[in-house]
Design a protein around this ligand. Structure first.
Ligand SMILES: [Zn+2]
Length: 262
């Protein structure tokens, strides 16, 4: 008889598989991301799935099948979305989970990443009504923290080349190389830093804030349209050059509630 394994996990995504089966992608604290097959043949799926909604944290039982890990039991612990979840919160949660699904490689154990996602979901599900601008900024903040947890932390404080702290107005941004370079290095090694471009102090400040400050504080910064736009430009350029898979929508576009409602 196959050994039964158990783990705590958060459902990141699900997809139909074969005729009646379904595959769940689940983030776990001790086994990284797992793909679990829920068999639909003999009705166990109907018993399991009510506990397997998106963004639910659950205790999962599974066995090693021939090709797949097969789900054998589920007990839900916590649901981060409910009947009172606003559209803005729903978009935040859905988009962030699909970013986690794209960013995390299978079976890479990372309890800190798991804690980050739990912390984020608890926050994102309690933000109430949000402006599209704020929603996009929050998702941006989550993305920066997620990328850091996955080993792609941008350098926003010291020059990538000489490691000295960058002074206001005295640096450029190089998405591919992963952060800021001081003006002196950018000029001295022009061939290497050819693609570095100027960004505003306000943009760098927002990026730093979004990366370092806790989620609860991310409701604070004033977001004028121009600053938001520049923040997202820098963020997208970083995402495109470092993320393992490029998401199909922009971070800013992902949180537009008015478009969804129309
Ligand atoms: Zn330098």
């Amino acid at each position: 008889m196959a050994t039964l394994h158990s783990t705590l996990g958060i459902v990141l995504s699900r997809r139909d598989f074969r005729e009646a089966d379904r595959i769940y992608s689940v983030l776990t604290p001790t086994r990284g991301k797992l793909e679990l097959l829920a068999r639909g043949g003999h009705k166990p799926l109907a018993k399991l799935t009510p506990h397997l909604e998106l963004a639910a944290e659950a205790d999962l039982l599974f066995v090693h099948g021939r090709t797949f890990l097969t789900l054998a039991g589920v007990e839900r612990r916590r649901q981060f979305m409910g009947t009172r979840t606003t559209l803005g919160e729903l978009l935040l949660i859905q988009n962030s989970l699909s970013l986690v699904d794209l960013a995390v490689r299978p079976e890479e154990r990372d309890p800190l990443l798991y804690a980050l996602v739990v912390n984020w979901l608890a926050f994102a599900g309690s933000t109430g009504a949000l402006s599209d601008e704020r929603g996009a900024f929050l998702l941006g903040s989550f993305l920066l923290k997620l990328m850091s947890a996955c080993g792609y932390r941008p350098e926003l404080c010291v020059c990538l080349a000489c490691r000295s702290p960058v002074a206001p107005g005295g640096y450029r941004w190089h998405a591919l190389k992963g952060g800021v370079v001081c003006e002196a290095c950018a000029v001295a090694q022009e061939d290497q830093w050819f693609h570095a471009r100027r960004i505003e102090d306000a943009t760098l400040k927002l990026l730093r804030f979004a990366l370092v400050e806790p989620f609860g504080s991310q409701l604070r910064p004033t977001l004028c349209e121009q600053d938001s736009e520049r923040f997202h430009e820098a963020l997208e350029s970083y995402l495109i050059t470092h993320f393992p898979v490029i998401p199909s929508v922009s971070i800013r576009g992902a949180c537009v509630t008015t478009l969804v409602a129309a």
